[in-house]
Design a protein around this ligand. Sequence first.
Ligand code: IZC
Ligand code: ZN
Length: 424
Amino acid sequence: MGVDLVVKNIGKLVTMRGNSSPRVGEEMNNLEILENAYIAIENGKFVAIGIGEGYEDIVSKYTRIENANGLLVTPGLIDAHTHLVHGGSRENEFSKKLSGVPYIEVLKQGGGILSTVRSTKEATFDNLYTKAKKSLDRMLEFGVTTIESKSGYGLELDTELKQLKVAKELDKYHPVDLVHTFLGAHAIPVEYKDNHKQFIDILVEDMMPKIKDLDLAEFCDVFCEDGVFTIEESEYILNKSKELGYKLKIHADEIVSLGGAELSAKLGCTSSDHLMAASEEGMKQMAQSGVIANILPGTSFNLNKSYADARKMIELKVPVSLSSDYNPGSCPSENLQFIMQLGCLGLKMTPNEVLSAVTINAAHAIDRQDEIGSIEVGKKADLAIFDAPNVEYLMYHFGINHIDRVYKEGQLVVDNKQVIYDNK
Ligand code: IZC
Ligand code: ZN
């Protein structure tokens, strides 16, 4: 066996290689960008990266040689926070939100997350699979090659299992790789409204061990928010999940500054997500313990809220990643490129910082930094080819899909903006 594939004539190749720890501060902005580059791939992994016609020495008559036509190439994008698998949609709440009813108020009235819980319970496995697959195809068409996928629309064992099994099945048959998170602590079911303790006991004593035993989730997550799970409840749930062998994530300081950022640092969460209301002290502690700040600007945009203070986080050397938060309530969009544009326009990040945030730092946010997130010998050959001359152009020309082609582990899976894999 030799080199299977060479992609040559890459106008600008953003490698993101060379860092074993997440990029912080200036490192997020200082990128290696090779001009007139090529990439060689063997068995789905990168085996060489170079300039000009250097590949001629390593190819054989069996090597396929493809031309990037002078375009921009980056590592496949990573969306490290999605609520991919769910039933129904919530456009019925859209006018309510537009008229100023807060997100949490809709939840308190029995809508919001609880409305999606009802739709997800009603949906069959096949309904959920078909709907999630359609969204996953869209994500792939925007250049996303790995995502994190959360449960949390069952709030009881059977429906949580149904969601997690749909995600596992998609991981098996779809080119996009999925990383699985149990988010049973996403809301308090109506019947436990006045007895949180009883619900939390079911979560930690029944659901979490069973889901771990079935190997259906690697991470455990909690929606820590005023009116949902308190700081004390979140700490208890996450500590229990750590004992069971889960890695930790938290929805922290999204609406109210409760100290979620501080808690994520104390517990050593892999990522702490949202952080629109995070305190400066919380950010400093996150920087110290190396928690990834996974910022979700699509939610700020959709809920008409303020944006997280990404500039402060970068200044304090908190590693920042960006993700979509794709969900039917606060970010009903699969378009990670639009999220990247909001990274510049809403979060005031530079285009280079944004690209670090959706590649190598997003890989760290899901503990996949050894496999993906950069174009580097030995890593999976996940590539996005953009019909764009440079990184700035991707963020500047907003609201469209810039993708030309996508490769997942060396296989062409999107051509001319359309998925072309064997569609199961
Ligand atoms: O369905 O509203 N923020 N959870 C926490 C969500 C958004 C998802 C939803
Ligand atoms: Zn979320």
